[in-house]
Design a protein around this ligand. Sequence first.
Ligand code: ADP
Ligand code: CP
Length: 317
Amino acid sequence: MTGRRIVVALGGNAILTKDASAAAQQAALRQTAQSLVQFVQQGDELVISHGNGPQVGNLLLQQASGATLQNPAMPIDTAVAMTQGSIGYWLQNAMDEALSELGLKRAVATVVTQVEVDRNDPAFTDPSKPIGPFYDANEVASQRAKHREQTFVEDAGRGFRRVVPSPRPINVVEASVIDQLVTNQVIPIAVGGGGVPVVREKQGYVGREAVIDKDFASEKLAELIHADLLIVLTAVDNVYVNFNQPNQRQLTEVTVAQCQRYIAQNQFARGSMLPKIQAAIDFVNHSHGRAVITSLKNIPNFLKSGAGTIITQAKVQ
Ligand SMILES: Nc1ncnc2c1ncn2[C@@H]1O[C@H](COP(=O)(O)OP(=O)(O)O)[C@@H](O)[C@H]1O
Ligand SMILES: NC(=O)OP(=O)(O)O
């Protein structure tokens, strides 16, 4: 099937592996763009979103280390906007190069996107979104002593990380602009880093210190622009039940009802696979479309034979 409207959410490994330099992230995005252009090649409309957890955390550390009274550190909402700009700039150029190599003429444009959240979202008092680098026990003790207002948690045996509030998106402020761009054959890069978290005040939108989950923000955008497909790209080709156990089983096609049963059995890790599954369920429940969870390297197989984990309302015949 071609000519679909697709929102693709890029996971961390599409941008940053080990080396956090600009050059290394640009190189990773050049690889990523080689995969993404396959959708354009087959005639699909594409909207790209991406994460920013490592980047926004690193930026906040840089901001704090150089801050003075005259040159203060920026708040988290502004840092999210800054990472939308930097990652968008890298990805625009990477896409441009990959499209040119195939002789495809498409403009690519990054939209600094604001995502509305509920000012009373309980997530504001329960920080849960990991950002920035991992710390060992000594490093985290020193961070805790220096930044008493910040929260750090142990992350799945991999070390400690700072966590910040992560409210759920309720609206994408620029959804109609993004819709117009994609309708006019432009490839928008939007809701990067989950979007800049804002609340509606009398005078307009005002930022809040939080980092929204990019899978939830991508879902909300996909719903609002009437996408046919939400594709969540991560490090695994498929979702599994009994993940990483001898009896693990690959999920190929799965219904919303089956996903909900697996969630009740705690099959999906909180903070990694669970939000992707929840975003997929929300999209399928609130649209005419389907959701797919797979890896960048599996895109050719997905395009050829539908390989990946496909989430539907009912079984595809
Ligand atoms: N049931 C599961 N099936 C597949 N992967 C799972 C499952 N539970 C946890 N995971 C892990 O979740 C990871 C995806 O989450 P994460 O790395 O946070 O995403 P992102 O690519 O957006 O950074 C997978 O690479 C895998 O290691
Ligand atoms: N904002 C966000 O969800 O970023 P990561 O995917 O990098 O955690």
